[in-house]
Design a protein around this ligand. Structure first.
Ligand code: ATP
Ligand code: MG
Length: 337
């Protein structure tokens, strides 16, 4: 008899970015670019996390524009919308539904310990809403609803993936093996891109400091200007030392990530060179990295009909998986389904 081997199912990946501001170089190097590498080997689900964006007040018109622009950027960065599932989070209501249920298996104390909650509530003191606090529960729902094996995130989101694992284990402990317990994937280089003006704080799209933040769709001359003005130190050595030389270390990290070499190779390449040589070189590397993305995004945004077709199809495929998980969870909890 002929022997047939079952192909092993592909592992699944879930990741998301919230449309809370214009995408930055940090969003690209810390997230989107890593997604590209996964598309052959994994089944990938990538979303525009608009539900997450409203933990901070958003202008409706801007939110709509950015959500669409973000989807276009995913595609123009090289994500194949047929191979991957690309969708807008609010189009799949099951996320919010599972989030409520998981919230009842998440402790107040756990959420209180989240550093992002502490950071964001300090920065939005006039709007410390419950959504800001329960954000990690929705993120856990995003991940667990697809039975994701792997969650590629930047360094800043590692704690939330840890919490997701705790919630999954807790739920599984009560009801048996319902959720896959996911792993975080944090890239070795570019896990945390810092502001060019304030290299002690993360480059973040919701706190754009005009010169410190490089936007994904920035024009080349703006990128060059920002890098030439990047804050460094009074020393003259191009050496990686996060603690004592945060500005230069960040530039080394960015150059390495943009050109695909290591920090050590970057330092060797610029040995004996001045900051005046190094800063524009990093700028040029970033200009070349981002040029095709900007051009493709501009082209894609001209065809709104095509984008609509893509996000509708994506939401349908996502809901197909998500609805099944929610039905299973409801049954386990004891709801009448
Ligand atoms: P916000 O300021 O609204 O929180 P953000 O810039 O932090 O926006 P998120 O949507 O929170 O972006 O995160 C999207 C993904 O990008 C996450 O995986 C996060 O870890 C990663 N990421 C965000 N900023 C950076 C950064 N500066 N360096 C590396 N990765 C980053
Ligand atoms: Mg963030």
């Amino acid at each position: 008899m002929e022997q047939t081997t079952q192909p092993t199912p592909k592992k699944r990946i879930l990741s998301a970015i919230k449309p809370s501001g214009e995408l930055t170089l940090g969003s690209y190097i810390g997230a989107i670019r890593n997604w590209l590498a996964f598309q052959e080997e994994y089944e990938c689900v990538y979303c525009v996390a608009d539900l997450h964006a409203i933990t901070v007040r958003q202008d409706p018109k801007e939110l709509r524009r950015r959500s669409l622009e973000q989807l276009a950027t995913y595609i123009s960065s090289g994500l194949d919308y047929e191979k991957n599932i690309l969708f807008i989070q609010s189009h799949v209501p099951a996320h919010a539904e599972l989030s409520w249920m998981l919230g009842c298996y998440t402790m107040f104390g756990e959420l209180s310990r989240m550093t992002q909650f502490k950071d964001k509530s300090a920065k939005n003191a006039d709007n410390i809403n419950a959504g800001l606090f329960t954000y990690p529960v929705l993120m856990a729902a995003d991940i667990l609803i697809y039975n994701a094996d792997l969650v590629p995130v930047g360094d800043d989101q590692k704690q939330h993936v840890e919490l997701t694992r705790d919630i999954a284990n807790r739920f599984n402990g009560v009801y048996g093996n319902v959720f896959k317990v996911p792993e975080a994937f944090v890239p070795p280089v570019g896990a945390r891109i810092m502001s060019l003006q304030n290299p002690e704080s993360k480059m973040s799209k919701s706190e754009v400091d005009a010169n410190g933040c490089v936007l994904l769709l920035d024009k080349p001359e703006d990128i060059m200007r920002k890098f030439k003005r990047a804050v460094t130190d009074s020393d003259r050595e191009i050496r990686f030392d996060r603690e004592n030389k945060p500005g230069i270390s960040n530039l080394i990290e960015i150059y390495a990530a943009a050109t695909g070499i290591t920090r050590e190779e970057t330092m060797a390449q610029f040995e004996g060179k001045s900051y005046g040589d190094f800063k524009p070189a990093v700028g040029e590397a970033v200009v070349e990295l981002l040029r095709p993305i900007r051009e493709n995004t501009e082209r894609l945004l001209k065809d709104k009909g095509e984008l609509e077709r893509i996000y509708k199809e994506g939401a349908m495929r996502a809901a197909h998986i998500a609805d099944r998980t929610v039905a299973k969870v409801k049954k386990k909890i004891g709801f009448i389904v």
